[in-house]
Every structure is written in C-alpha cells, then in structure tokens.
Design a protein. Structure first.
Ligand code: G6P
Ligand code: MN
Length: 452
C-alpha cells in the first residue's frame, strides 16, 4: 500500500517511518511518498529515514517530491502534518497575543485561530487533490489545530478524513501506568474537542478505576496532570482534564509564566529546529543520532511553562514519544491503518464527525471521542452526555472554530473578528480587533487570506 506524508520533510516523520519499518502485518505500507515545499528538508529527512532503514530488508520505498499531485496520486492513506508559515509563523501566533496580554499558544486561544486561518485554505485544497487523485484514501490529519483543520477538510472528503492527536491516548497510558495496569487492556471514556477534553472514566475488566486514582494523593501527584493542575483541582472536577485545559483553568498563570520566561515554545523551536536541519544536512551517517538527541530535548521541554520550568530549563524530564513502545505520535496512525486495511477492529479516541454523539453540538461538528475503527471506517461510539460546564465550553469553542473556518474560506475580517472576540480566552472586543490587525501585519500568510 502507498502512504503519502504531507509535510514529509517535517521533524516528526521518522516516528512514522520507524513504526512502518517494524510493522509486518499484511497488507502493509511498502511505498512512502514524502511531500514537502522545502526541498532541502526533504533531502535531509530522506537521508535520516534511509539511515533508520539500515538492516530492514523490506523497508518501505521512499519517494520524496515537491509535487503534491505526484505525492498524492494512488495513495491508500494520507498522513498530513504540516506547518503553513513555518516556525516563524508559530512565533508570531504566540507573540502577537502575548503582547496584548492574552494567551499565545500554537493551538489554544487566539494563536491557534491565526494558525488555522492560514492553514485551512491549504488543507482544503489538499483535500480536493486527494478527492481527485486518491479517491479511496483515508486521511489521517495531524495538522494543527487538528479539530478545525479536520472539520474543514471533511467538507470535501467527508468521513474519510479523521483527526489524530496523541494527548488522549497518552493520558490513558499515564493513568494506567500510575495504577500499575496494562495500558493495552484499559478503555477510556473521554469526551471533548481536540485539546479540550476530559477523561471521565477508565475501565479495566469492566470496572471504573478512576475513583481509585482520584482517592490517592500520592498517585495523583506523581502524574503529570497532578503536577500541571494540582491534585485538589482534579479532585474537585472529578475528571482528568486534557493537559491543554491548563491554558483555560490556569490562564493568567500561563500567560504570566510564558511572558516572564522570556522565551516561548516557538522561540525555542525556531532556534533548535534551524540548527538541527543545518547540522543534519552535514552530519552524513550520524544524522539519525542527531535527530534522536534533538527529539529528546524537544520532548523534555514540552509544555515546560505548565510544569514550573522554562523552555531552556524544563522542570522535569518526561518520557514522551521517544519510547518506541509508546509510539505516541505514530502509534495512533498505525493503529488506524491496521484497523482499516486489515479489519483489525479497534477502539481509539479520534476527531470525527459528531453525528449525534453529543446532543448539544451540530451533527457535522468534529469532536474528539472514542470511536470504533474497522474496514468499514470510523464510527463514534455512543457516550454519556457531557456535563453543563463541558458542553458549554465545547459549544463556545466550536462556535469560534466555525467563524475561523468561515474567515479562512471567505477572507472576511469580520468573521475573523467574531472568532477572536468570542473566544473564551479573549476578554474584550478591542483586544480581538488588535489581534486581527496584529496577525495580518505580522504574518504574511494570514494577510494573504484575510483580504475582505
Ligand atoms: C502534543 C500535541 C500536538 C502538538 C505537540 C506540540 O503532542 O498533541 O498536537 O503538535 O504536542 O509539540 P511541540 O514540540 O511542537 O511543542
Ligand atoms: Mn494534539
């Protein structure tokens, strides 16, 4: 089978390729098209992947290209993870908002909306190319903000595009691990939008083990979420929030900490990624090692501001994505491909069309919920309804997401203003106006979209 990776020159491509190398089921991916707009990154990444494939006799063939049509044509699966505007765009997403005293983050808050505005048109166009040249392909969208991008792409591809995030499965694994349970045997009851969800129960042999965790100070405190949210707040909520809810529940602290740290995540990554690609281009046979050390550093400083550290001095080293047994990022994608192509039925938390699963949201809204995946596609599982707080926040953010998509597709600054002004983390219409102006001034790819 052919897999096309949109954004194939990107830093996380080796996760996917490593997972493919170790996958021996049938049918399997034997051809990987790597599409990227940056030829030199594509070259560097191809060299790293080739190095990783050493010793694997049946390594999937690599076809790097800057030609989107050629990359997509005849694909069975498309994996999309790209960053329109690059890391300089991410820095502006953060800084324009922080300069106005509101959250500057790549997916949550106004920064995520600016990121979406420039990304939606590109991904909708990619969706059209996929519809025409790979009509049977399933699209696994990792491109952030994943919920918004997936919903926009669904207008072209329907249920053949699903959004993937590694945070719900990561949360499930951490809870299982903390309780000493085999994470492959637990089933999570989770509801939300992407980066805005809650784990409500964790079933093990049919029994909900979450109350056990909530009752245990030591275990809760040892978990990353205990650290980020505080044991008391988690217990008060009675559910475990997705780590991105830190930016809502602790908004002031988050803004202050990021501003005081002097370096945003985007600042840190712009430096470290530029130096990685430069050095990797010259590293020859050791480029894969360089990738591994860079990944470890990137993982260690992930969400540093939520854990009492800074990008340069993270408080705590956390095992994330680097453990091949976890395969966080790529594992979910591989699971989807196996379930669909081999009819290996699996339940997974994915971003899919609501279709009545959550009564308070439109049927065609994309939500992040447990689904059953098999050869017939992806089906959301019926679930208990969210409580008032959860549905309220989801509905508000969904409205914002829809104005964002409308702004991106029509170029309307009024729609953009509505999106920013209605966002729960933007506290004034005046600030929303400044945000629209600031993003148009600072990010050429946003200016190119918002023309009306
Ligand atoms: C998690 C999220 C992804 C996000 C990534 C950011 O894995 O689920 O959606 O892209 O973190 O990591 P970064 O290293 O880019 O800050
Ligand atoms: Mn995510």
């Amino acid at each position: 089978m052919k897999l096309c990776i949109l954004g194939g020159g990107g830093f996380r491509t080796p996760y996917v390729y490593q997972a493919l190398l170790r996958d021996h089921g049938s049918p399997r991916i034997d051809e990987v098209a790597l599409y990227d707009v940056d030829e030199s990154r594509l070259h560097t990444m191809t060299a790293i992947l080739t190095e990783l494939a050493t010793g694997f006799e049946d390594a999937p063939a690599l076809a790097p290209t800057t030609d989107l049509h050629r990359a997509v044509e005849g694909s069975d699966f498309v994996f999309a993870a790209l960053r329109v505007g690059g890391l300089e765009g991410r820095r502006c997403d953060e800084h324009v908002a922080l300069d106005l005293g509101v959250l500057g983050q790549e997916t949550t808050g106004p920064g995520g909306l600016a990121y979406a505005i420039r990304t939606v048109p590109v991904m909708v166009e990619a969706a059209r190319v996929i519809r025409d040249l790979a009509p049977n392909a399933y699209v696994m969208n990792f491109t952030n903000p994943a919920g918004i991008i997936t919903e926009a792409m669904q207008s072209v591809l329907g249920d053949r595009v699903l959004g993937i995030c590694d945070t719900p499965s990561g949360l499930g694994r951490r809870v299982a691990g903390t309780l000493g349970l085999d994470h492959t045997r637990v089933q999570m009851d989770y509801v939300g939008l992407n980066h805005l969800g809650w784990m409500r129960r964790l079933l093990y042999d049919g029994r909900d083990v979450l109350p056990e965790l909530l009752a245990d100070d030591g275990k809760l405190a040892a978990m990353e979420e205990g650290h980020v949210f505080g044991v008391d707040w988690i217990r008060t909520l009675g559910v475990i929030p997705n780590e991105y809810l830190f930016y809502y529940y602790n908004n002031r602290d988050a803004v202050r900490t990021i501003v005081d740290s002097g370096k945003t995540r985007g600042d840190f990554l712009a430096e470290s990624q530029a130096s990685f690609y430069e050095r990797a281009a010259q590293a020859g046979d050791s480029a894969a090692d360089l990738w591994r050390t860079t990944v470890a550093r990137r993982s260690a400083s992930y969400m540093a501001e939520a854990k009492g550290g800074t990008q340069d001095a993270p408080a705590e080293v956390r095992e994330r994505e680097t453990d091949p047994a976890h395969q966080g990022y790529a594992g979910v994608a591989l699971g989807v491909m196996a379930a669909i192509s081999r009819n290996e039925r699996q339940t997974m938390i994915l971003n899919v069309r609501n279709s009545g699963t959550i009564a308070g949201l439109p049927a065609d809204a994309v939500v992040e919920v447990p689904t059953m995946v098999d050869a017939n596609g992806v089906h959301p599982l019926t679930t208990d309804q969210p409580d008032l707080h959860q549905i309220g926040l989801m509905a508000q953010v969904k409205a914002v997401e829809r104005h964002t998509i409308a702004a991106a597709l029509t170029g309307s600054k009024d729609e953009a203003l509505k999106a920013f002004a209605l966002h729960p983390l933007v506290d004034s219409v005046a600030v929303a106006r400044d945000l629209v102006r600031g993003y148009v001034d600072r990010i050429p790819e946003v200016a190119a979209v918002l023309t009306r």
